[in-house]
Design a protein around this ligand. Structure first.
Ligand code: PLP
Length: 412
C-alpha cells in the first residue's frame, strides 16, 4: 500500500485506479450484469470453491461493489469490507452470521431507533441482549456473562449525542475475548477510525455521510484485523481459510450476504462511491456549521438545552475532543416551554423537515413524535428524549445563512 502515507482524500479519490480498469477509465464503471461467464468450466469451479477470485452471481458481489468495498477498507485502514443494500442489512446480517441461539450480546442503550428494534427481534429469536449505558466501561463490564459474544456501540449516539467510552470498552472486549462491533456512521472514517480503539468489526451506513447526497441506500461491514477468530466457536470450518484475523468477513459474506440476499446494487454503489470522494471536504464544513450553530443556540433565550459534543458543558466533551477530529454534524436542542417544536420547525425556511441525516442539506426532525415514537414514552424517558427535542443534521450551506434561518424561526 504505497499510498498509505498520503492524506485521506488524496488516497481515496485514486483507489479505483490501483487496479487496471477497462480503457483507462478513471473510476470503476457501473457493471450491471447479474452473472459472469467462464470459457473453462474448471475456472468457474475454482471460483465457487474459493480457490480463485472472480464473479459468479450478482447477489454475492459485483465489480462496481468490489471497488467500493476496497475504498471503504482503505478509509477505515482495515483488512476487508462487505457491502449491503442498507446499513440495517449490514448490522442484521452480521449478527445473524456470527451469533447463534443461546448467545448473549451487550449493546449501548443509546441507539439508532431501528437498531434498537432489530436487537429486540434478535431477542425474540433466542439471542439475548442487554442494553447498558455505554458512556461507562464499568456498565459494559458488569453486563458480561459466560455466554456473551459481542459488544455493539455507536460512536456518537443519535439524537442525544452521548459519546461511548470507546477506548475503555475496547479494553473490556480485549480482556474478555469479545467481538467489538462499532457503528461509525455518525463519525465516519474521516473523523474516527474504530480500529485504533480495538474494534473487531465496523459498520457504516453508506446512506448517510459517506454517500452524502441522499440519493442511494447502502451499508458496509469492515473487518479490522484486530480479532483472532481461531478461538471463536461460531465460525464454520469452511471459512477457516487463511489468516484467522480475516475469517469473519468470509462467513459474513457467505452466511449473511449470500444466504440473506441484502445485496448492494451496482448503481447505488456508484452513487455512493462518487459521493464519498468529497467526504473529508463535506465533513469539515458540516462539523464547523454544527459548532457555529451550537455556540449561537447555547446563548439563545428560547433554547433550554443544546446537546452537542463540541460544547464545553457536554458530559463527554473531553472524550470527543481526544478521540475525534471534529465533533460531528448532528446536534439536538430542547426548547423552552412556551415554544412549540412543530411551530419552530415549520418556520425554518432553509432547513428541511426530514428524517434523514448526513445530507448536504440541513435537516430537522421532532424526535419524540417521529423516529422515536414507536418505542413509547417509557423507553423514550429512559433515553432522555424530551417531547420538545428537535434533532438537526447540518448540511454544507454557508454558516451565516443557517444562523439567520434559526434566528428568524426562533423569533416566533
Ligand atoms: C441510518 C443509520 C443506520 C441504518 O442505516 P440505513 O442505511 O438507513 O439502513 C444505522 N446506524 C446509524 C447510526 C444510522 O444513523
Amino acid at each position: 500500500m504505497a499510498t498509505k502515507s498520503r492524506g485521506f482524500t488524496s488516497t481515496i479519490v485514486h483507489t479505483d485506479r490501483r487496479d487496471p480498469i477497462e480503457h483507462g477509465s478513471i473510476h470503476k464503471p457501473v457493471h450491471t450484469a447479474v452473472t459472469y461467464s467462464y470459457d473453462d468450466a474448471r475456472d468457474l469451479a475454482a471460483v465457487f470453491q474459493g480457490e480463485k477470485g472472480g464473479y459468479t452471481y450478482g447477489r454475492q458481489v459485483n465489480p462496481t461493489v468490489t471497488a467500493l468495498q476496497d475504498k471503504i477498507s482503505m478509509m477505515e485502514n482495515s483488512l476487508s469490507t462487505a457491502a449491503f443494500g442498507t446499513g440495517m442489512a449490514a448490522i442484521g446480517t452480521t449478527l445473524f452470521a456470527l451469533l447463534r441461539a443461546g448467545d448473549h450480546f451487550i449493546s449501548s442503550s443509546f441507539l439508532f431507533g431501528n437498531t434498537n428494534s432489530l436487537f429486540n427481534s434478535f431477542a425474540a429469536h433466542g439471542i439475548e441482549v442487554t442494553f447498558v449505558d455505554a458512556t461507562s466501561r464499568e456498565e459494559v463490564e458488569k453486563a458480561v456473562q459466560p455466554n456473551t459474544k459481542l459488544v455493539f456501540v455507536e460512536t456518537i449516539a443519535n439524537p442525544r449525542t452521548q459519546v461511548s467510552d470507546l477506548e475503555g470498552i475496547g479494553e473490556v472486549c480485549r480482556e474478555h475475548g469479545l467481538i467489538y462491533f462499532v457503528d461509525n456512521t455518525m463519525t465516519t472514517p474521516y473523523l474516527f477510525q474504530p480500529r485504533e480503539v480495538g474494534a473487531s468489526l465496523i459498520i457504516n451506513s453508506l446512506t448517510k455521510y459517506i454517500g452524502g447526497h441522499a440519493n442511494a441506500l447502502g451499508g458496509s461491514v469492515t473487518e479490522t484485523g484486530n480479532y483472532d477468530w481461531s478461538d471463536f466457536p461460531n465460525i464454520y470450518d469452511n471459512y477457516k481459510k487463511g489468516d484467522p484475523s480475516g475469517w469473519a468477513i468470509q462467513q459474513i459474506k457467505k452466511k449473511g450476504l449470500r444466504d440473506f440476499g441484502a445485496s448492494l446494487g451496482p448503481e447505488a454503489a456508484h452513487h455512493i462511491s462518487v459521493g464519498s470522494d468529497t467526504l473529508a471536504l463535506r465533513m469539515e464544513r458540516i462539523c464547523s456549521n454544527a459548532q457555529t450553530l451550537c455556540e449561537y443556540l447555547s446563548n439563545h433565550s428560547k433554547v433550554k438545552k443544546v446537546y452537542y459534543p463540541g460544547v464545553a458543558d457536554h458530559p463527554e466533551h473531553e472524550r470527543s475532543s481526544t478521540l475525534f477530529r471534529h465533533h460531528g454534524g448532528i446536534f439536538s436542542i430542547e426548547l423552552v416551554d412556551d415554544v412549540d417544536c412543530f411551530d419552530f420547525i415549520n418556520k425554518l425556511d432553509l432547513v428541511i423537515c426530514s428524517s434523514n441525516l448526513g445530507d448536504t442539506r440541513s435537516l430537522a426532525i421532532p424526535v419524540a413524535h417521529s423516529i422515536y415514537f414507536e418505542m413509547g414514552p417509557e423507553r423514550r424517558a429512559s433515553m432522555g428524549i424530551d417531547d420538545s427535542l428537535v434533532r438537526f443534521s447540518m448540511g454544507i450551506e454557508e454558516p451565516d445563512d443557517l444562523v439567520t434561518d434559526f434566528e428568524q424561526a426562533l423569533g416566533i
